[in-house]
Every structure is written in C-alpha cells, then in structure tokens.
Design a protein around this ligand. Structure first.
Ligand code: SF4
Ligand code: SF4
Ligand code: FES
Length: 237
C-alpha cells in the first residue's frame, strides 16, 4: 500500500509530505528551521525537551514537531513571539538546573546547548541557579561523564541501546533528581556491557560526556552516521 501524500501549510507556505512524516521532518525538508535538543536523526524520537514546539491553527496548546505527524490541511507556525518566549524559558531552565559554567567547560564553543542559547539571544538567566553538587565519573579508561553538564536528553541512552546494542545507559529517579546511570548504577569504568565505542560521547549535545586527553579546541562532537548505521542493521536482520 502506498503512503498518502498530505498537503499542509508551514509559516504561510504550502508544502507536502508523506503521512508517516512528522512536522519536523517536513519542515526541515522545506528549509524551515526548528530548534531541537533531544531529537537526533537516526534515533527514536522521544519528544522530551519540548524545544521544537510549534503552533497549530485551531489548537491553543503547543505541539512538539518531532513527534507530531502531519495531517491534511494542517496550518503550522514554527516561529512567533510566544514560541521564542517558551524556547528561551526552556534553555534558561536547563542552564539553571545544573552547573553549566561554559567558560570552563571542555566543550566550550562546540556545545549545542550553548549554541542554542546564543541563537535565541540569551544573555542572562532569570531563574535562580540550583547548583547541585553532582559527581563526575572518570572511571572509564577513555571517557568521562560529568553529571553537572547533563541535560537529560537521553540521546546517549538511545544510541547505546538502538545503534550500538549495548544498552549500558539508563535513567534513574524522577524529575529534577533524574540521573543517567551505567548498568545498574555502577561506575562507567566497571561496566560489563560498554564496548567503548564512543557513540554516546559523540551524540551528547553538551560537555556531559567527553573524551579524556583532548584539548578544548579538539573536543568536537562527531555524531556518528546514525541513519546509515540504522539502515545497514535493518538490512542485516
Ligand atoms: S561507549 Fe558505546 S557501548 Fe559504551 S556506553 Fe557509550 S555508546 Fe554505550
Ligand atoms: S549525558 Fe549527554 S547525551 Fe546523555 S542525557 Fe546527558 S546530555 Fe544527553
Ligand atoms: S526535539 Fe522535539 S521535544 Fe526535543
């Protein structure tokens, strides 16, 4: 059965896409830019960061573009004063929840959170900083996990499970107390499942996961070719 092609309007422009596509996919295919953090091409979409929120005509609620499928006749707004206000508030909350001292961060200049803050014109945080004292796990021979920089996007959890097949990472606890843990909350270096592939390090949008022994200038994140790896796996099955 062929997938129906639907027509919709994004920011006043009539576009079309497959019924199986999300607003984010169709928007990006047509040159519209919607900010994202938890979403990464090649991984399942979880819709958790809410940065990709868009407005839909006929609905007072905001909708996450990365997990909302297009519909015939939909009218989408991807940028407005209201959306900008919410997106800025999300970034501010992320900065205030943990310790994001960019000037001393190993990925200063190569961080998606920092770049988004710059794009959205954020020059101060209006929420009080919580500054929890969180651990840094340097037990792995090649990598480090700094919980102070983690924004709980779960990209590391998904890439390790869905692409590497190791499922080393998981999330423990709830809400503000949530923490990424290796195996059953053991030091990463003691993990019996981690293959040391480094995929989690390279999909991490911040300095929460980084390689040991690299200077700030070398600390580029290289998201692996996830869509390619995924397609290859599918052929092997
Ligand atoms: S290095 Fe690879 S196997 Fe180890 S936790 Fe990261 S993604 Fe999983
Ligand atoms: S360690 Fe990095 S990739 Fe994993 S949840 Fe935290 S910010 Fe996201
Ligand atoms: S990118 Fe859509 S909710 Fe995070």
């Amino acid at each position: 059965m062929t997938t129906p092609i639907l027509t919709l309007t994004i920011d006043g422009k009539e576009v079309s896409g497959l019924a199986t596509e999300t607003i984010l996919q169709v928007a990006r295919e047509n040159g519209f830019s919607i900010p994202t953090l938890c979403w990464l091409e090649g991984l399942t979409s979880v819709g958790s960061c809410r940065l990709c929120m868009v407005e839909l005509r006929g609905s007072t609620a905001l909708h996450p573009a990365c997990i909302t499928l297009i519909q015939e006749g939909m009218t989408v707004t991807t940028s407005s004063e209201r959306l900008l206000r919410y997106r800025r508030a999300i970034i501010e909350l992320l900065f205030s929840e943990r310790n994001h001292a960019c000037a001393v961060c190993v990925v200063n200049g190569h961080c998606e959170l920092q770049s988004l803050a710059q794009q959205l014109g954020l020059d101060h945080i209006s929420f009080p900083g919580l500054y929890p004292a969180l651990p840094v796990d340097a037990s792995h021979s090649r990598f480090v996990m700094d919980h102070n920089r983690c924004i709980l996007c779960t990209r590391c959890v998904r890439v390790c499970s869905e692409i590497e097949g190791a499922h080393t990472w998981d999330v423990k606890d709830r809400g503000i107390r949530s923490r990424i843990v290796a195996d059953l909350d053991t030091p990463w270096g003691d993990s019996t499942t981690c293959t040391g592939c480094g995929k989690c390090v390279h999909v991490c949008p911040t300095g929460a996961l980084f390689e040991k022994g690299k200077s700030v200038a070398e600390m580029f994140k290289k998201p692996p070719a996830l869509p390619y790896l995924k397609a290859t796996r599918a052929q092997e099955v």
